[in-house]
Every structure is written in structure tokens, then in C-alpha cells.
Design a protein around this ligand. Structure first.
Ligand code: PGA
Length: 250
């Protein structure tokens, strides 16, 4: 049970066709009924559905985000890429950056930092993902990895109002495994301290992602320093996504 303002981000990854827009009906109804100003729902469908989703959600309080973007904010000859201003033009307000699935396909901290800067310059809010692999965890490198990802990925950022950090242990994503409550507390506190110390920030939003579902969300929510959840597979089922939100406030 929480009394805090919470973020719930639906990361659809490479799933969804146009007919999936109908699954938003249930969430729209829920969001209208709740009339709550205690949470923010953010849908991050694939690029192909951004425009459709944003039209559908236009008169609601639900926001739209993209799952990545190109680092260059100008238009240019970058086949297959989408830049921040193109995302804005189809109604996105947020973008997920540094997701481990993109880091593992070659994105490094320098590239991610460029994306962070151009997204913020385009007035997109960013959901900046960090997290350790199982090998790094087993070698007790978690804090070192998190520190490097934060310091290098957020280099030069002075204003954190439009930044949400998402702690997503790589070994937890899609595996059904979640960290122990004490590890999670320790790591989220560590993240908050590193950012506060290195960027002179007083207030910071940190959400958790990795196998969040209606069954484990109450357990995860015992940690009152968490500002919300980044939800992958469970978010594609509106009923489960709503359940996650409801259980956070029960
Ligand atoms: P998952 O994905 O909830 O399916 O583990 C989370 C994510 O990758 O953001």
C-alpha cells in the first residue's frame, strides 16, 4: 500500500499489431473511473503503433512513450531510424533509453548519453534504464556497474525533472525472478545516492522493472523508496496491467 505518486510504464517491446489498440478500452475505462491523481500510466508500444495509440489516448490522462530513438535530433540519412522530434510529432511524451535489450545489441554509455541529451532537448521525458547482468551480480559488481551506467549515461545532465531512472536487473527481465527485498532496497538507495552525489539532485524518481506481475507487485511495493514499475510482458494484458496498478494502492 502506498500513498505516493507512482508511475506505471507499459513496455510492449516488439509486440502488437493495430488491432491491439482495442485492448486500451479497459485501461481507459479504469483510468477514468479512478479519477486518481496518484499515478501516471505510460504506454510504450512499438513505433508502428505510436500514432494510433496516441490518437486513442488523446482525451485521457494516459501518456505515450517510445521504446528507443536515434541519437541525432536532426533529420538525416539514417535508414530505419526515428529521432526524438519525430516521436514528439506522433504524440509521444516519453522515451525509454538504455534498455538492456538495446545495450546487449551494441548500445554503449556514450551512445545512450547522446540519446539522453537529444531526447531531453526535444522535451521528451526519459525513462533511463540501468541494471546488472547475472554474471556481474555473482561477481559482486552490481554497484560498480550501476555507478558507471549512471555517471556515463547521464553525463552533462543538470535537470532531473524529466528523468525517471528504471532499475532493471538484466537477470530479472522476462525470467520470473525478482531481487530480494533487501537487495532491491540496497540497490535503489545506492542509485539514489550516486545520482544525488554526482549530479547535485535533491529529488529523484526511481522505478523498478523486471518480471513485475500482479502476484509479486505487493511484495515489491513494500519498498517505499520505489516510485513505480516498468512492466514488460504483463503490460500487454490490460487486466494484468490494471491489477498491478490496483494492488499497488491496496
Ligand atoms: P518483463 O520486462 O516485465 O517482461 O520482465 C521488463 C522490461 O524489459 O522492461
Amino acid at each position: 500500500m502506498t500513498n505516493k505518486y507512482m508511475y506505471f510504464v507499459a513496455n510492449w517491446k516488439m509486440f502488437g499489431e493495430p488491432k491491439a489498440v482495442n485492448s486500451l478500452n479497459r485501461v481507459i475505462k479504469f483510468s477514468k473511473q479512478r479519477k486518481s491523481n496518484k499515478f501516471k500510466l505510460i504506454y510504450c508500444p512499438p513505433y508502428t503503433l505510436l500514432n494510433l495509440f496516441s490518437k486513442k489516448l488523446k482525451k485521457t490522462k494516459i501518456d505515450i512513450g517510445a521504446q528507443n530513438c536515434h541519437q541525432d535530433n536532426n533529420f538525416g540519412a539514417f535508414t530505419g531510424s526515428i529521432n526524438p522530434q519525430m516521436l514528439k510529432s506522433v504524440g509521444a511524451n516519453y522515451v525509454i533509453l538504455g534498455h538492456s535489450e538495446n545495450r546487449s545489441s551494441g548500445e554503449n554509455d556514450i551512445l545512450i548519453n547522446k540519446k539522453v541529451k537529444s531526447s531531453l532537448n526535444s522535451n521528451l521525458k526519459i525513462i533511463f534504464c540501468i541494471g546488472e547482468t547475472l554474471l556481474q551480480k555473482n561477481n559482486k559488481l552490481t554497484h560498480k556497474v550501476l555507478k558507471n551506467q549512471i555517471i556515463n549515461g547521464l553525463k552533462g545532465i543538470k535537470e532531473f525533472n524529466n528523468v525517471i531512472l528504471a532499475y532493471e536487473p538484466v537477470w530479472s527481465i522476462g525470467s520470473g525472478l525478482i531481487p530480494t527485498i533487501s537487495d532491491l532496497k540496497l540497490n535503489i538507495n545506492y542509485i539514489k545516492n550516486i545520482v544525488k552525489k554526482n549530479f547535485k539532485v535533491k529529488k529523484l524518481k526511481v522505478i523498478y522493472g523486471g518480471s513485475v506481475n500482479p502476484k509479486n507487485v505487493s511484495e515489491l511495493n513494500k519498498i517505499d523508496i520505489i516510485d513505480g514499475f516498468l512492466v514488460g510482458s504483463a503490460s500487454q494484458d490490460s487486466k494484468k496491467f490494471i491489477d498491478i496498478v490496483q494492488k499497488t494502492f491496496i
